[in-house]
Design a protein around this ligand. Structure first.
Ligand code: BG6
Ligand code: MG
Length: 211
């Protein structure tokens, strides 16, 4: 066993909520008349809700008060939660399920390290509430990826040194966070070719041959 623990990012690694994030931000940007598209959406991967909003507002031609920003973030989250409510256990792919079960059978400790405050809701929708040994998410951190706080928190929760854990990430900000925290990183999806990662996954089940 190469790693004692594996810490998974949630959005884009365990499930595909990316499209829902995109649709909800696009609706807000359209209402505010701010240019936004799928390309720019990549910049929001792994980044917290408020930091994502700031990236969107950068392209606008006016400034907003803190209370306006709070209201915009709330508006986006309401749209996003309506989309998340459509998710079910069918959104947990066979490949992800096979991987999680296979890693658990090897005795590896499994945790989540996500920037999302919606993590408990999403895990519940896809049938993984209670599955992980620890869940560190946007509700228990103050600094968003690329800061390593969420991964360090997850490692602490499972009582393991970062050097003994692998982080799985689909965001460049997340790969940066993992490396900054002293973790090996396996990159997948959008961040697959990130050179800072030790492993490059075509699909999550590639982990079964690594861990
Ligand atoms: C990350 C997503 O997992 O969570 C980001 O990759 C998102 O796109 C962030 O902004 C925060 O999510 P939430 O659900 O707290 O708004
Ligand atoms: Mg992600």
């Amino acid at each position: 066993m190469r790693y004692k623990g594996i810490i998974f990012d949630l959005d884009g690694v365990i499930c595909s909520t990316d499209e829902y994030h995109y649709l909800a931000w696009q609706a807000l940007a359209d209402r505010l008349g701010i240019p936004f598209d799928r390309e720019r959406n990549h910049l929001l991967r792994g980044v917290s809700r408020m930091a994502s909003l700031e990236i969107i507002l950068e392209k606008g031609n006016r400034t907003y008060s803190d209370s306006e920003k709070e209201a915009f973030a709330e508006e986006k989250n309401t749209t996003y939660r309506q989309l998340l409510a459509r998710m079910s256990t069918a959104d947990l792919s066979d490949d992800v399920k096979k991987t999680l079960d296979g890693l658990r059978a090897k005795g590896i400790i499994l945790a989540i390290g996500s920037s999302s405050k919606n993590t408990p809701f999403i895990l519940d929708r896809i049938g993984l509430a209670g599955f992980f040994d620890a869940v560190a998410d946007g509700n228990c951190i103050t600094r968003s990826k690329p800061d390593p706080e969420v991964f360090l928190k997850a490692a602490e929760m499972i009582g393991q040194d970062p050097a003994d854990c692998l982080v799985v990430e689909d965001a460049h900000a997340g790969v940066e966070a993992a490396v900054a925290g002293g973790f090996d990183c396996a990159a997948i999806g959008d961040a697959r070719d990130d050179e800072r990662a030790k492993w490059h996954l075509d699909k999550l089940s590639d982990l079964l041959g690594i861990a």
